[in-house]
Design a protein around this ligand. Structure first.
Ligand SMILES: Nc1ncnc2c1ncn2[C@@H]1O[C@H](COP(=O)(O)OP(=O)(O)OP(=O)(O)O)[C@@H](O)[C@H]1O
Length: 364
């Protein structure tokens, strides 16, 4: 999938901008506060319905405007798509090829963007929900049916929690426990399969970016004790924990508590890696995520990096840029340094000044 054209209206400092993008490197340079990150924010909103910087859309909509509008033209093999999202404080309108569609997931299929920003380190150090979202993103793009399986799991979990919370629903607990058991066996299976695809990509990228340090990654099941996930074992487990769960009024174990355990030189990465190393681990994980969905090696995933140079020393920056070039994927890189990466024939350089975007010297 390639992002060919991006048009942004009323997104933070950007009133209106249009970018014709290269299939290779797109370098977006400008001073602090000029609007570089706002461009990536617009791409994120189109790809996943929300910004990576603020959970509230009201922060992103330009002051004195009541909505933002992001549109793009994308291509996949021989097909071209025109996609768009309009968001106000209270509503969202999504269009694909001139037709209104109902769900963000349907839009996301057209734009698999992996975003790396200075907070990406939280993928390693932050809450397990970030790592579940990370592995589920791969499953979403690799297995078209995964999204339905995931939605079903959320629905069943909600119902089961209701049984645990409301005494009059308690009699339905065994039914929803059985449903939950079935649903999480499926979720775990998709996650394991995604991890199998991810692992070799991650090993390759870590070798390039972290040299001799060893990295390994393991999926935990969301159950406190080591147990197999067979229906019988889960059933016995939930029966034993029934009173505890009723007291807590929620499901305490299961796929919604799963995690990825990231080991760095045989110790937990969060506890043993330096900040620079954590950043490189997170970048390796995110690049590997994007590589994982590119099963036919056609450059399917788009990689967007906000403030690439932040916190990396010269040598690591150099290694990262060489690695990015070798991936053969579309790249959107923001930087305050316009000479960050030597440009090649097909590359594009955009300059952003006070929310206006210029292609080299001409306004686009
Ligand atoms: N809702 C908004 N409406 C209008 N302008 C906004 C809004 N939110 C933030 N801004 C302004 O937009 C700019 C933020 O731009 P952005 O973060 O994209 O800059 P940047 O070039 O990435 O900066 P840096 O290099 O410092 O990260 C700031 O000048 C900020 O004051």
């Amino acid at each position: 999938m390639l992002l060919e054209q991006l048009s942004i209206n009323h997104c933070r400092i950007i009133d209106s901008a249009e970018l014709m993008l290269s299939p290779g490197v797109n370098l977006i340079s400008g001073d602090n506060g000029s609007g570089k990150s706002s461009i990536l924010e617009a791409v994120a909103i189109l790809s996943r319905g929300r910004s990576f910087r603020s959970p509230r859309i009201v922060d992103v909509i330009q002051h004195k405007q009541d909505h933002l509008l992001i549109r793009a033209k994308t291509t996949d093999d021989d097909n071209a798509f025109s996609i768009g999202i309009q968001k106000s404080r209270t509503s969202t309108r999504i269009r694909v090829n001139q037709q209104d569609i109902n769900t963000q997931a349907a839009l996301s299929r057209y734009l698999p963007v992996t975003i790396i920003d200075p907070n990406s380190i939280e993928l390693v150090t932050g809450s397990p929900s970030l790592r579940r979202a990370y592995i589920d993103w791969i499953a979403f793009y690799l297995f078209p049916e995964f999204h339905k399986v995931w939605q079903n799991y959320q629905r069943v979990l909600k119902q089961r929690n209701l049984c645990l919370r409301v005494p009059s629903y308690l009699s339905a607990l065994p039914v929803w426990t059985d449903e939950l058991i079935k649903a999480q066996i499926r979720i775990q299976d998709y996650r394991e399969r995604s991890l199998l695809v991810l692992k070799p990509q991650l090993e390759r990228l870590c070798e390039r970016l972290l040299g001799d340090h060893s990295i390994s990654i393991k999926l935990t099941t969301g159950f406190a004790q080591a147990m197999d996930l067979s229906a019988e074992s889960q059933k016995a487990f939930y029966l034993e924990k029934r009173d505890n769960e009723i007291k807590s009024a929620r499901t305490l174990s299961g796929a919604h508590r799963a995690d990825l355990q990231i080991m760095f030189n045989q110790s937990l990465a969060q506890q043993s890696a330096s900040r620079g190393q954590l950043k490189l681990i997170a970048i390796s994980m995110l690049l590997a995520q994007s590589r994982s969905i590119d099963t036919n090696n056609q450059g399917k995933g788009i990689i967007a990096i906000d403030d690439l140079a932040a916190e990396l020393d010269g040598e690591n920056k150099h290694k990262l840029l060489a690695t990015l070039r070798s991936l053969n994927q579309q790249l959107l890189l923001t930087t305050t340094q316009s000479d960050l990466i030597p440009l090649e024939a097909d590359d594009r350089m955009f300059h952003v000044k006070q929310g206006k975007v210029f292609l080299k010297n001409s306004s686009v």
